[in-house]
Design a protein around this ligand. Sequence first.
Ligand code: ARG
Length: 429
Amino acid sequence: MTSRLWDKGGAADAAMLRYTSRDDWRLDQRLLAYDLVATRAHVRGLRRIGVLTDDELFVMDGALDELVEKNGAGQLVLTEADEDGHTAIEAALVAKLGDVGKKVHTGRSRNDQVLVALRLYERDALSDLARLTTDAARALLSLARREERTPMPGYTHLQRAVPSSVGLWAASFAENLLDAVDLVRATAAIVDRSPLGAAAGYGVNLALDREGVARELGFSGVAWNPLGSQTSRGILEAQVLSAAWGALAVVRRLAWDLSLFTTSEFGFVRLPEAFTTGSSIMPQKRNPDVVELMRAACAVVQGALVEVQTMVALPSGYHRDLQLTKAPLLRGLDEALTTMRLVPRLVDGLDFDRERMLSAITPECFATDRAVELAASGVPFREAYRRVAAELETLERGDAAGSLAARVSPGAPGDLRLRELEARLAALT
Ligand code: ARG
């Protein structure tokens, strides 16, 4: 069994230890690669300020190489006895290097060690999320191009409202997703500052090269205030999850619409065959389980977000409560990434039923066009509105394609401004 970093000879209650460690060691397995990278940057920083000699750094570097390799091969397996990943790394260095290994923790605390590992993990996860969300936006934008003028009813209150298009519908998701990417990137910019060197939250009596360490880790700067670094924990995780929620909220709306539009009542669209599931009893069923779970994914992320938000109602300084923000962070981001990864293929395979959509554009859908037409010819709009309302019964089904073409207010079906959205997309990639 690895001995605890904080072992000072007294006996610790076994049940208390299990209670405090919980599944932290299992979660730390996911962060271990980042912890190792940060450990290497830390020891190099120690060399630069003369805390380690060249020889000591040389052997530490070698030992860390081995650990990185072992971890990459899945052979650095944490166990409950390790308490956490930080303990396991120090124990491995001590086992290999003896007294030199015992120098690794000079000027750092597990508090800033976990902070930096989390930020490095979040940096990767947010970059994946930005890329996958951009991919989803791209798929929806090319759907908008393909079906630019395909008529589809537009709804308000889930009641038929005006003639609209698949182009407008699809591009709405694309633009919302582009907004979500902006938020993911803005969040990544905040994550992109190194907390390493904050130690327990109050700095140390060593001239740590925090900037050099940050640079080596690829951060764009340092989160300078040690207490501020510490107290960013949890709040930052909530912001990360909130950015993921923003992206998934758009997917949830897409999923909702698809679960409605694929019903035989609507019949507007069919999911790709490979994206439907069957029923164990009803032979005829082709179920949209996948879109239902995509809708639920947003709830999973939201639950994780609320869990973190609730946990960080704390006074200044480190508190062990913070450990419990790790599981929801990982769970929420996993859910967001696996969900977002599926969106493009789902969207690419959608098969629209033009007839059904067209026949759902009933005469009253043209009432607004008619009122605006009258208003454009000089009738005061309120008067035109009343006139059309009085003649609703006799209103004829207009020409949907004509209605779309005439709706030229920028962004509307006649002028979707797809080029503008495509330029936004191109600027992201
Ligand atoms: N597992 C701990 C966490 O996630 C690591 C930091 C422990 N620090 C401490 N002072 N007990 O918060």
